[in-house]
Design a protein around this ligand. Structure first.
Ligand SMILES: [Zn+2]
Length: 119
């Protein structure tokens, strides 16, 4: 992975983290407890609680992703960052963005999954 690639990836990771931060803030608000004095009808209240559950699930997913992006950003200066653990070929930037914790390339991942399935 060239220094240019890393600089590009760093920018993209930072953008992704900023976007995740915004989503997390929004979801935190959405998953706030419904105030008991909220003048909502019963059905509406149930719906709100359902939405809350969904927001909470999304929130924890998003927090996990943010952590992974942060980890990737921290490992970026590492010379082995972005190399497949199995074949040592560089991972595509798109793959690193989609799955920041990726440590093997897609062909190697497929091979590994086939091995697991055969067991
Ligand atoms: Zn590989």
């Amino acid at each position: 992975m060239t220094n240019e690639d890393k600089a590009h990836l760093k920018k993209l990771l930072e953008q992704e983290i900023a976007a995740a931060d915004q989503t997390i803030e929004r979801l935190k608000e959405a998953s706030q407890a419904v105030a008991p004095d909220n003048a909502l009808g019963r059905l509406t209240r149930m719906e709100t609680m359902g939405d809350q559950q969904m927001s909470k699930a999304k929130l924890s997913k998003m927090q996990q992703r943010r952590l992974e992006l942060k980890n990737a950003l921290g490992k970026l200066p590492n010379p082995s960052f972005g190399l497949c653990n199995a074949c040592k070929n560089p991972l595509p930037v798109e793959r690193l963005l989609a799955v920041p914790e990726a440590c093997v390339c897609v062909p190697c991942l497929n091979k590994l999954q086939k091995k697991i399935q055969k067991r």
